[in-house]
Design a protein around this ligand. Structure first.
Ligand code: FAD
Length: 476
């Protein structure tokens, strides 16, 4: 633990120890700043580590293995009999992954001499003589932390529909992660990344899954063709998808829940299930953190910042899920944190660009996308050229038994600059990294058509998709 007392003036006090806050704290310390990290939870890691990215991906990995086991004989693995699912072991493994990474964070805090201060923090207003004061309450006792700069990284929480309260049948991302058994049936309200991932997980484990989405398509932020392909594969997997569905009422029955909705044709429908998951988005945690005592400007609860993550209150920065105009993703929050501390330390930085953010949905099949969709590029007035290559033509996809999906490249017709890449299929969440790097370097289709991709790999589907832009894919 670094030397610290009530008179310590930190260079930076970070409020919130999720991926945005802890990344800012570590990078700040690496720059040589004196950093305090305040978190209301006794365990660092935030939503991402405890009830978000990490536990869901742990369950998705279990689901993937389970799906492979169902086809064991196809892979020449005989004699394993009928496999059974030990759900408590599944949960135990998930929890042990979380605990390991909480310990990892504790180690990193010590290594970087970051003062971790437990407690609930509130801003108190503008800086006095260049020093901000943050009120911290822990176990009923109050104290104050003083810092030249403050970074607010308080994160978000699941939104519920009006009148609903989460419990053991009406679930958010928190309750669903500690169910004692996978439910026999599950209605999911919302088909964004969170709803789609839980649908994919529990369908693999045999749950009867119904998805209700208000908008006309699932994963609505993705390219339209991606939504179509996910719908096709989800339906093939036996998931009941209802788009254009307006949920009217969620009621508890004797044994489960009853969801009343109006379907896309305006007809009233009722769906009963053991549980319902509400996955309709996340609200920023900017209430009750003292924002009103500052000049910080909010947009529907989200904090407005400039390209250095500075709020309208000098010396106060905002990062992560609370920031206006950016997607609520762990890697976005982390990068915002790195930008903020670079600015504080007087170092060079590159602002976070919305069109350079990988968006990943870890469903089966996976989705990885970055940059403009075809429709967005056309709306911008760009003359657009598109190339598409199906995984059915890729030899590694055959080897791993995963032929659904495709790679789609959106490029600028005049110069060949790559404007967007949209992948649905095996390892899409890994493959997208290449696309982000290429776009960051303003790479062109021609440059990528002559970039050697190893054989046999899934990344060859990228090479073929660049070729497809010029009508010259090799394997299709
Ligand atoms: C089910 C699910 C799956 C997800 N999967 C992914 C994924 O695969 N990839 C991805 O990139 N993103 C994913 N996300 C989103 C990701 O979890 C968030 O974008 C990320 O956690 C935001 O980080 P953050 O640091 O801004 O906030 P959080 O992670 O929410 O952390 C905020 C922290 O601040 C603390 N805090 C809040 N208020 C105060 C206060 N006043 N004083 C002190 N401490 C306070 C909290 O205790 C918490 O530790 C997922 C989210 C969910 C719900």
């Amino acid at each position: 633990m670094p030397e610290t007392n009530a008179d310590t003036i930190y260079d930076v006090a970070v409020i919130g120890g999720g991926p945005a806050g802890y990344t800012a704290a570590i990078r700040g310390a690496e720059y040589g700043l004196k950093v305090a990290l305040i978190d209301a939870s006794p365990r660092l890691g935030g939503t991402c580590l405890h009830v978000g990215c990490i536990p869901t991906k742990a369950l998705l990995f279990n689901a993937e293995i389970w799906d492979h086991l169902k086809h064991a004989e196809e892979y020449g693995i005989a004699g394993i009999g009928t496999p059974s699912l030990d759900w408590s072991a599944v949960l135990k493994r998930k929890d042990s992954i979380i605990t390991r990474h909480v310990k990892g964070l504790e180690f990193l805090m010590k290594k970087n001499k970051i003062a971790v201060i437990p407690g609930y923090a509130k801003l108190t207003g503008a800086a006095k003589d260049g020093v901000h004061t943050v009120d911290v309450t822990a176990s009923g006792a109050s104290s104050q932390v003083k810092a030249k700069n403050v970074i607010l990284a308080s994160g978000s929480e699941a939104k519920l529909l009006p009148g609903l309260k989460a419990d053991d049948r009406i679930l958010t991302n928190i309750e669903i992660l500690s169910m004692t058994q996978p439910p026999k049936s599950l209605v999911i309200i919302g088909a964004g990344a969170v709803g789609a991932e839980f649908g994919s997980i529990f369908r693999s484990f045999g749950t009867e899954v119904t998805i209700l989405e208000f908008l006309p398509r699932v994963v609505p932020v993705e390219d339209e063709e991606i939504s179509k392909e996910l719908t096709r594969v989800f339906k093939k997997r036996g998931i009941d998808i209802n788009t254009g569905a307006k949920v009217e009422k969620v009621e508890k029955t004797e044994s489960g829940v009853k969801v009343t909705f109006t379907d896309a044709n305006g007809k009233p429908q009722v769906k009963e299930a053991e549980k319902v998951l509400v996955a309709v988005g996340r609200a920023p945690l900017t209430v009750n953190v003292g924002v009103e005592k500052t000049r910080i400007e909010l947009d529907r609860g989200f904090v407005k910042v400039n390209e250095a993550q500075e709020t309208a209150e000098p010396g106060i920065f905002a990062i992560g899920d609370i920031v206006a105009g950016l997607p609520q993703l762990a890697h976005v929050g982390a990068m915002c944190g790195m930008v903020a501390v670079a600015k504080i330390a007087g170092r060079n930085f590159r602002p976070v660009r919305r069109d350079r953010i990988p968006g990943c949905t870890y469903t089966e099949p996976q989705i990885g996308s970055a940059g403009l969709t075809e429709a967005q590029a056309k709306e911008k007035g760009d003359e657009v050229k598109v190339g598409k290559f199906p995984f059915a033509g890729n030899s590694k996809a055959t080897i791993v038994g995963s032929h659904d999906g495709f790679v789609k490249i959106v490029s600028d017709a005049k110069y060949g600059e790559i404007l967007g890449v949209h992948i649905i299929g095996p390892q899409a969440t890994e493959l997208i990294a290449e696309a982000v790097a290429v776009m960051e370097l303003e790479g062109t289709v021609e440059e990528m058509m002559f970039t050697i991709h190893a054989h046999p790999t899934l990344s060859e589907a990228m090479l073929d998709a660049y070729g497809a832009v010029e009508g010259m894919a090799i394997n299709a």
